[in-house]
Write a protein that binds this ligand. Structure first.
Ligand SMILES: [Mg+2]
Length: 479
């Protein structure tokens, strides 16, 4: 099958120039793709390069787009060279969205199963059963031996874990059993959405239920789904509340283009320097709890003083990520690690330092590896793992710290999924200051593959003009 496509450049100005150790960034430029199949289903993609971060340049991406034919094949989309990682991300994610829309439009009836049953929706790369309602009375909640075998689908899932979303358990006084729960699989994980279990007279307990999935294995496409054994077992503990939410991210809906920033835990970028001391407050009031602050911008003495002020000013439950963008000298990196270690040792009601991000240049991988072993403060790699090939190299060279992945830069979503499903890594997914198109595709990967204990790095929309335009057609019309 061939897909018609169009592309247009975009430009968005930062409300305030972004100050990094690479200098000031004032303009976000990129390319939006519109991919259409024969049935008229549309998928959007975004090329959002950051060349100083390790991606192709905008000019290279533009030239690549220009030399492509007006109709694209799937083979062509999945064979874009690794030297063009932003193009890989954009074309593959446009293809994925188009496939999703095709399936949504082609079989809407399959999305709404009969009451009490989960309906599976094959979305090409995902299985998403919905409309789970379970009613049980007078028994133990125990979802056992729930075997689900779906044939002729694209995904094979092993060692699945259950990530309940919007799971509401209405418990009264007894023990309830749901023997054959239908679950909802999304993107290789079982993800019950809006599952409502009214229980009466029950004790409800969850035992051995893995609520934050790691290591879910995704086999190559065109395999058969088979979930070998029990997914959730609920026993032995008592949920006191009538409405129970299990994981902070679990209560959030899927990211939608209709909402600028889904109510998921995101970290939010503070301005560099003293401005951070005041900028955090309105962001805290909006619900952000993890903050990122750029370092290596001013003299280290000044910044260390500011850090002490900032950690004392922020509420003690706040977390702070320090991002050096590779701009520190070894001596400075050591100083920062010592300062942060001292804060960890003597928290003194101050905000916690979550990690230092990319303290040294990418060429100093081994030094960062050594530092990560010598100091308590965790180190995250960002620029060092800009592309999937770099990420794989760092992993192969023994990096087991934090990986900050920018999906828009890293390359092929398909290959990223394969890597993350084969290797358990501590991954934080992060924005590249994309429009809603790139952000939505990145958030989908973040939810699939990221470490759910860490905030995602998508709290950046307040930095850009018109970042809140989430109607994609409208966005397209403004280009
Ligand atoms: Mg960074």
């Amino acid at each position: 099958m061939r897909y018609q496509w169009q592309f247009q450049p975009y430009r968005r100005r930062f409300k305030q120039a972004l100050e990094t150790s690479h200098g000031l960034w004032t303009l976000r430029e990129g390319i939006i793709l519109r991919l259409v199949n024969e049935a008229g289903n549309v998928g959007w993609g975004e090329i959002a390069p950051i060349p100083w971060f390790g991606s192709e340049t905008l000019e290279q991406a533009w030239s690549f787009c220009h030399q492509l034919p007006s109709a694209l094949s799937e083979e062509l989309i999945f064979s874009i060279p690794n030297a063009l990682p932003c193009c890989q991300f954009a074309f593959e994610s446009a293809w994925e969205r188009m496939k999703e829309q095709t399936l949504d439009n082609a079989a809407p009836q399959r999305r709404s199963g009969a009451e009490g049953e989960a309906a599976f929706v094959d979305e090409g790369l995902t299985l998403r059963p919905q409309n789970l309602n379970s009613q049980a009375q007078n028994s133990n909640i125990a979802v056992q031996n729930s075997n689900i075998a779906v044939q002729n689908s694209n995904i094979a899932v092993q060692n699945l874990t259950l990530r309940p979303q919007n799971l509401i358990i209405q418990a009264q006084t007894s023990i309830v059993a749901v023997p054959h729960s239908k679950t909802l699989a999304q993107n290789s994980k079982f993800l019950p959405q809006s599952s409502i279990t009214p229980l009466q007279n029950s004790d409800i307990a969850v035992q051995n239920s893995e609520l934050q999935p790691q290591n879910s294995k995704l086999r190559p496409p065109h395999a058969i789904v088979a979930v070998p054994s029990s997914i959730v077992t609920a026993q032995n503990s008592i949920l006191q509340s009538q409405v129970s939410t299990i994981n902070p991210r679990a209560v959030s809906p899927r990211p939608s283009l209709l909402s600028p920033l889904p109510p998921l835990p995101h970290s939010v970028l503070l301005p560099a320097g003293t401005a951070a001391l005041h900028a955090w407050k309105p962001l805290w009031q909006k619900g952000f709890r993890t903050f990122k602050w750029k370092i290596g911008v001013q003299a280290i003495v000044t910044e260390v003083e500011l850090l002490h002020e900032l950690t004392q000013t922020l509420p003690p439950t706040a977390k702070l990520r320090l991002d050096a963008n590779g701009g520190l000298s070894l001596n400075e990196a050591i100083q920062w690690l010592q300062v942060c270690d001292a804060l960890i040792d003597n928290p003194n009601h101050s905000a916690a330092i979550e990690y230092i991000e990319q303290p040294l240049d990418t060429a100093q991988f081994q030094t960062m590896q050594d530092l990560s072993r010598r100091y308590q403060t965790p180190i995250a790699l960002d620029e060092s793992i800009a592309t999937l090939q770099q990420l794989q190299t760092c992993y192969a060279n023994g990096w087991r710290g934090i990986f900050v992945i920018k999906p828009a830069i890293v390359g092929s979503p398909k290959h990223l999924r394969q890597f993350c499903q084969e290797h358990l890594i501590d991954a934080v997914f992060s924005s590249a200051f994309e429009t809603a198109i790139g952000r939505q595709a990145g958030l989908q990967l973040a939810e699939e593959l990221g470490n759910l204990d860490r905030a995602m790095g998508y709290g950046t929309t307040h930095w850009l003009d018109d970042a809140d335009i989430d109607d994609v057609e409208q966005l397209w019309q403004t280009l």
